[in-house]
Ligand binder design. Structure first.
Ligand code: AQP
Length: 327
């Protein structure tokens, strides 16, 4: 039996290269080796203010992004979270074994609560429990994510253990899978923050659908550190971030990039970096455009996948309910 992986992305706007390098790029390899379940987590999106505006379009956009990037519905299950309501039912059951004190420690909750002071909703607080349900309901072995999601996967592990201790062995305790390269792509305008879909500054991120001109302009404006040398140094996080992006989109290692730009300045490096990104994104962009002309085909893939996902989810939910003494 193959091991199973589960991961998802929120349909909260166009994906950026951080989402790609931290998540999707890894999924492309993993779908060949693992029993893979990939989700468009629309219920998680609802915890963000105004997320329901244009949500259907954003879900479709994310589905075409997954497919254009190379997720293959013949190799993986690729579905929309709200089409498998077993996730929300399990969330309630898991809520009853989740310590509030643990949820209060979640960094994402604290950060997002600060960002949207007037809308600190229960969904935002309960986000990690829904995420635990997403993962546990498929008896997942591994959860491939970016560094920012490590704490939430830890939480899913805690909840699985708590449930198993209380009601007997039911859920697999999943492991987090974080690849070193691309695990945390930083914002182009602030290397102290991760690149994020929700940042109000468009120049903080490169979207996968950005035009060549936009990419050139964004890289040109990306902040850099003091000094002229193109060298990878974690003490210079802005430049280190650009070198990481360069390396992830080309076949060059950081030290090969350093060599290539010895004695050359930022201007040459940035022009080339933009070109590397433009070239890497070109096939994806063409495929996405083509898929956008085939909404019925995309819908069919999502529906078929939801059925496959539901069959697994229903069975595992039933077992959990039985263990809890429900009829
Ligand atoms: N900057 C990043 N570097 C590497 N990986 C990243 N991920 C997100 N940002 C980076 C990974 O992308 C996956 C999907 O994330 P998500 O959209 O579900 O939620 P998020 O982590 O909150 O992503 P954003 O882009 O920051 O969205 P907003 O601004 O809407 O909150 C996850 O695997 C994540 O690790």
């Amino acid at each position: 039996m193959k091991k199973r992986i589960f991961s998802g992305i929120r349909p909260t706007g166009p994906l950026h290269i951080g989402n790609y390098l931290g998540a999707i790029k890894n999924w492309l390899q993993l779908q060949n080796e693992y029993d893979s379940v990939f989700c468009i987590v629309d219920l998680h999106a609802l915890t963000t203010p105004n997320a329901s505006k244009g949500l259907k379009k954003k879900v479709f956009d994310l589905a075409t992004t997954y497919l254009a990037a190379g997720l293959n519905p013949k190799k993986c299950i690729l579905f929309v979270q709200s089409q498998v309501p077993e996730h929300t039912e399990l969330t309630w059951l898991l809520n009853t074994v989740t310590p509030i004190a643990e949820l209060e420690r979640m960094t994402q909750f604290k950060d997002k609560a600060k960002e949207h002071r007037s809308n600190v909703n229960m969904g935002l607080f309960d986000y990690p429990v829904l995420m635990a349900a997403d993962i546990l309901i498929y008896q997942t072995d591994l959860v491939p994510v970016g560094e920012d999601q490590r704490q939430h996967v830890e939480m899913a592990r805690t909840i699985a253990r708590k449930f198993n201790q209380t009601y007997g062995a039911t859920f697999k305790v999943p492991e987090v899978l974080i690849r070193e390269q691309g695990a945390k792509i930083l914002a182009l305008d602030n290397p102290l923050k991760k690149m994020s879909k929700s940042s109000p500054n468009l120049y903080s991120r490169i979207n996968l659908t950005d035009s060549p001109d936009e990419i050139q302009e964004k890289i040109k404006r990306a902040i850099t550190d003091s000094g002229k040398e193109i060298t990878y140094n974690p003490q210079k996080p802005a430049l280190a971030n650009l070198i990481t992006i360069y390396s992830a989109f080309s076949k060059l290692s950081a030290s090969q990039i350093e060599k290539k730009y010895q004695g050359k300045g930022y201007a040459q490096f940035k022009t080339d970096l933009a070109n590397v990104i433009i070239k890497a994104l070109k096939p994806f962009q063409a495929k996405k455009k083509a898929l956008e002309q085939e909404p019925e085909q995309v819908k069919k893939i999502l529906e078929q996948s939801a059925k496959q996902a539901q069959a697994i989810a229903r069975k595992n939910l039933k077992e959990a309910k039985q263990k809890m003494g429900l009829i």
